[in-house]
Design a protein around this ligand. Sequence first.
Ligand code: GLA
Length: 382
Amino acid sequence: MPSEERLRRLVERIEARDGLHLWRAPGRVNLIGEHIDYLGGRVLPFACDREVLLAAVPHPGEVVLSSLEEPEPAVVPLDEEPELAGWTRYVGGVVSALREAGLGVRGVRGALSSSIPVGAGLSSSAALEAAVALAVTDARPVPPEVLREAEYRATGVPCGVMDQAAVLGGRAGHALLLDCRTGEVEALRLPESLGFVVVDTGTRRRLTDGRYAERQREVVRAFEAAQRRTGAERLDDLRPSGADEVEEPGRRRLRHAITEQGRVDEAVRALRAGDLEALGALLDASHASLRDDFEVSSEPLDDAVDAVRSIDGCLGARLVGAGFAGCVVAAVRAEATEGVAAEASRLIEGRLPGVRSFPVQAVDGAGPAEDVRGGTGPRRGP
Ligand code: GLA
């Protein structure tokens, strides 16, 4: 359903006009740099044109949000520590993290809807949290770290800051080179000849199932051991052989992290030089490393990667986000985007009935919904 139509339904649902605001928060696609944000690495995500839309009016004392995709509303009173259950936990996590950070929270009543597949590697929860944060702060700037804390409170998952930084700071037509150690961000223009297709395998992971935290523990321990031995500060200070003396499985986990950091830097060079073939090959290599060394792929993800790569116009592909299930991102020649998306679904649907493929583009980060797509998008309500 187009954004305008979804917004219209949201406004209808809350039946109020006074003080009405419309907010939008995008999902994110990580081009490359997976599982290194929490090691202080450099990563290359972009905000994508799948989004959470939220319409809200002021409502003293509590945050009450209904969702077009959830049967029950989320109700979070502002005068007590929120209960963190069901999808309310994301709303409660935001309220609680904002409050802890000393950022004032106002009560709102609203409705929201998301077009981001949930638990599929496209940051559906970071987008939801960003939309809620916009509504309850009336768009005061919220640091990505505060939203990361909200995610942690909501899910207990010790994620890095990449998703929140991309969702908040995305820029249309650009990927963000994000230094997760310093917080510095550089927007890199994406060549017009480059397009992206997401293949959603329809398989779902629950970040809370502990495997993300387990991988993170293994690689953090391995990194710290290598740091102690070599005096290295950053992943860049280590060569892949720097992992050799670490015990398995830490050795493989760290080898992934070190080589992935190298691939991010090469991808930046490839983007600057407009070398699409090189970029595609780096995506392929990233997938192999996530599959073999970091061990966060799955049969459906490998299958989707193989299928999409076999299509003319596809430059390279890899699993996106935490892994285990969810989506694959493919870099494609711009003119082949629609064709690759259609063909990818056709090739895989026999084996994966839930598969969906769609083109994605880089859009601006979270903000008022009237800013969507330079004025052709949704407008503020009457
Ligand atoms: C999830 C986390 C991010 C990042 C990715 C893997 O999306 O939220 O912080 O660690 O996994 O790169």
